[in-house]
Design a protein around this ligand. Structure first.
Ligand code: CO8
Length: 258
């Protein structure tokens, strides 16, 4: 499929997806969201891809859902059409690890998209926010739910009620992002994290992703049981034997996803 609103590059086992609507600060319209879902599914099915990075431009990861696309919609249209119901499931279905590399604005749906990735690395210029309240609406794809779990109630309320932006330093302090780097180093850092992940056994990376995400969906006792059972099941893999043997023999492991 030829894409018009994203750019997809696959190299060294990493699929890099760049959101590309420069005239609209990468605002998320139907076409972009459709192309993104398609590209992620392709990456999931491509045996060469072992990790995915989603990024935007230096100015904007994404400034939210496309306001021009939504402004004239009626309640009946968005309710009966269940606006923004399918896009999250398309992203959340991806089992390979996804890193969000955020520079500039990650607002509204842009912040929510970044939060749907497995972790966020951002540049020191990043600004996160849920400013939907300024438009007479509210977050619709995780800004009142995921953000609250990630940074706590007080800060999530503050962001959603005032619509203020959070800078990179506060985002790291609050646990929204895992690393902050100078803007010029963002892609190097994100691609090197992806390359590190790509070296591991994909059975293990997928298991880790599932287990960590499970912690948001279940009780601690159930989550710990799920974790332990998955841990046990990894002893059925050749990669577990290889990983432990390599440690004992003081060499690098050669994982084969078996
Ligand atoms: N939608 C459509 N167009 C946008 C958007 C957007 N979200 N953001 C920016 N643009 C466009 C502007 O209209 C402008 O276009 P034009 O040149 O044709 O007028 C161009 O991008 C450049 O923007 P600005 O001139 O405003 O640039 P500034 O540097 O002055 O400001 C900001 C940058 C601060 C990012 C500013 O553009 C802004 O505040 N944007 C809107 C942010 C926002 O309110 N986001 C929330 C949107 S609602 C939402 O996300 C709901 C989520 C629900 C689920 C989402 C599922 C995907």
């Amino acid at each position: 499929m030829a894409y018009e609103t994203i750019i997809v590059e696959v190299a060294d086992h990493v699929a890099l997806v760049t959101l590309n609507r420069p005239d609209a600060m990468n605002a998320l319209n139907d076409q972009l969201l459709g192309e993104l879902a398609h590209a992620l599914q392709e990456a999931q099915e491509n045996d060469k891809v072992r990790c995915i990075v989603i990024t935007g431009s230096e100015k904007a990861f994404a400034a939210g859902a496309d306001i021009k696309m939504m402004s004239e919609k009626t309640f009946t249209e968005v309710f009966l059409g269940d606006l923004f119901a399918d896009e999250p499931s398309a992203i959340l279905r991806i089992r390979k690890p996804i890193i969000a590399a955020v520079s500039g604005y990650a607002l509204g749906g842009g912040c929510e998209l970044a939060m749907m990735c497995d972790f966020i690395i951002c540049s020191d210029t990043a600004k996160f926010g849920q400013p939907e309240i300024n438009l007479g609406v509210m977050a619709g794809m995780g800004g009142s739910q995921r953000l609250t779990r990630f940074i706590g109630k007080s800060k999530a309320m503050d962001m959603n009620l005032t619509g203020r932006f959070m800078d990179a330093e506060e985002a790291e302090r609050s646990g929204l992002v895992s690393r902050v780097v100078p803007a010029k180093k963002l892609m190097e850092e994100a691609m090197s994290a992806a390359a590190k992940i790509a070296e591991k056994s994909m059975i293990t990376t997928m298991a880790v992703k599932e287990a960590v995400n499970r912690s948001y969906e279940t009780t601690l006792a159930e989550g710990l049981l799920f974790e332990r059972r998955v841990f046990h099941s990894l002893f059925a893999t050749e990669d577990q034997k290889e990983g432990m043997a390599a440690f004992i023999e003081k060499r690098e492991p050669q994982f084969r996803d078996k």
